[in-house]
Design a protein around this ligand. Structure first.
Ligand SMILES: NC(=O)c1ccc[n+]([C@@H]2O[C@H](COP(=O)([O-])OP(=O)(O)OC[C@H]3O[C@@H](n4cnc5c(N)ncnc54)[C@H](OP(=O)(O)O)[C@@H]3O)[C@@H](O)[C@H]2O)c1
Length: 287
């Protein structure tokens, strides 16, 4: 019997295999959780990617950073976890790169169960120096710190929000999707006893307020999303290197230790933790 062309085409072995392949890469076919780590090129963000991939062999991780080809750490992880790690280019100061990442994640995975904002700036040689006195406060440093530490992360949360879904996700037993943004204890206004670092402190305080505000909206809409802020401790990374001189050795954490502690908070978070600011040891920090 002569089959009509469309029917014949659908039964061709080559097309059947192509159709299966198309289905097997559809968003719904991802069984494990889907986590995104923003600011993953190095430091604490890179360590989050590594530990999440190692912890659960079903977990998929999207690692974003400004310049993926320059991150040897991410390239190394991609070699090891080729099927479960996707690397995307995202610059916090370019909103279109945030939107493009959200679209790519939607098309590939259809959801996110965990979003970690791990990026941050404190000092940049020749560009931004943590202020030791009011006289050294400059508009350019304030604006840059706000753009990278506060504006960028809340835009990431905004664009990823439609994708945040419960079910799966790194760490079993969670009843909500989690958004965790890396803040710093020095952002606390109540705990500010030393002064200084005007740009960094105030930009992280702004991140805290923006995240708290988002958390209230999630709660009001009954969205099962928990939005928290985390202080990682003083961690031995590029960010803290220029300021480690007065830190006692037992107060300077490794990335491995800090991220283990932070993942333990993330994995045990409950809906009533929405909007809270936690230190690495699980203690709440005053605003
Ligand atoms: N280390 C500490 O002691 C400490 C203490 C308290 C809080 N924190 C917070 O913890 C987080 C991680 O810090 P860290 O110690 O891991 O710092 P880090 O090693 O200096 O890494 C900072 C990360 O932020 C990224 N980043 C900077 N500007 C960006 C931009 N415009 N767009 C996208 N990504 C950008 C960097 O990417 P590039 O590689 O492209 O520059 C890098 O991945 C930060 O939010 C920091 O404020 C750290």
């Amino acid at each position: 019997m002569l089959l009509p062309p469309t029917h014949m085409a659908l039964h061709s072995p080559r097309l059947l295999s192509l159709t299966r392949r198309a289905f097997s890469s559809s968003p719904s076919s991802f069984q494990g959780g889907v986590s995104m780590v923003q600011g993953a090129s190095r430091g604490i963000g890179l360590e989050f990617v590594k530990q999440i991939l190692e912890y659960d062999d079903k977990e998929h991780v999207i690692a974003t950073c400004r310049n993926p080809s320059a991150s040897t750490g991410l390239i190394h992880l991609k070699d090891k976890f080729a099927d479960r790690l996707k690397i995307l280019s995202l610059d916090l100061t370019v909103e279109t790169s945030i939107e493009a990442s959200a679209l790519s994640i939607k098309e590939t995975y259809g959801r996110l169960n965990l979003l970690i904002n791990a990026s941050g700036i404190l000092s940049i040689p020749e560009v931004m120096h943590p202020e030791t006195t009011l006289n050294k406060v400059e508009k350019s440093s304030l604006m840059l710190a706000y753009e990278v530490n506060a504006v960028g992360p809340i835009l990431v949360i905004k664009h990823m929000w439609p994708l945040l879904k419960v079910g799966g996700g790194h760490g079993t037993g969670r009843s909500a999707a989690v958004v965790a943004s890396l803040s710093a204890r020095v952002a606390s206004i109540g705990d500010n006893r030393l002064g200084g670092w005007h740009s960094y402190r105030s930009s992280k305080a702004s991140l805290n307020q923006l995240s708290k505000t988002a958390s209230l909206e999630f709660a009001r809409r009954k969205d099962p999303v928990v939005c928290i802020l985390l202080h990682p401790g003083t961690v031995d990374t590029d960010l803290s290197k220029p300021f480690q001189r007065n830190v006692p050795p037992d107060k300077l954490f490794t990335k491995e230790f800090s991220v283990q502690k932070l993942l333990s908070i993330i994995n045990n978070v409950k809906i009533h933790d929405n909007g809270k600011f936690f230190a690495w040891d699980g203690q709440e920090i005053p605003w």
